[in-house]
Write a protein that binds this ligand. Sequence first.
Ligand code: SF4
Length: 86
Amino acid sequence: MTGTRLRVDPVACDAYGYCAELLPELIGVDEWGYPVVSSGAVPAKLVDLARKAVADCPRRALALVDAPETGAPAPAAVRLASSRRG
Ligand code: SF4
């Protein structure tokens, strides 16, 4: 069984980071404010929040796409998200 992962279209993204506020567990931001998303599968407990982040993206730049079965959250994205909480 495969899951889903997040993908950002950097051309469409406005870099305000709204998605990172909605889903800090999987989305951090880089030094310019562009989202850095986990490259692994979205954990089942976060799928609803991921769908909301996708639906609420004002530029339609965030998407859920098929992920390989073995994917795991990227430590860098999680680290970025955690560091934003203070
Ligand atoms: S909500 Fe959409 S437009 Fe805004 S930073 Fe996230 S991906 Fe980019």
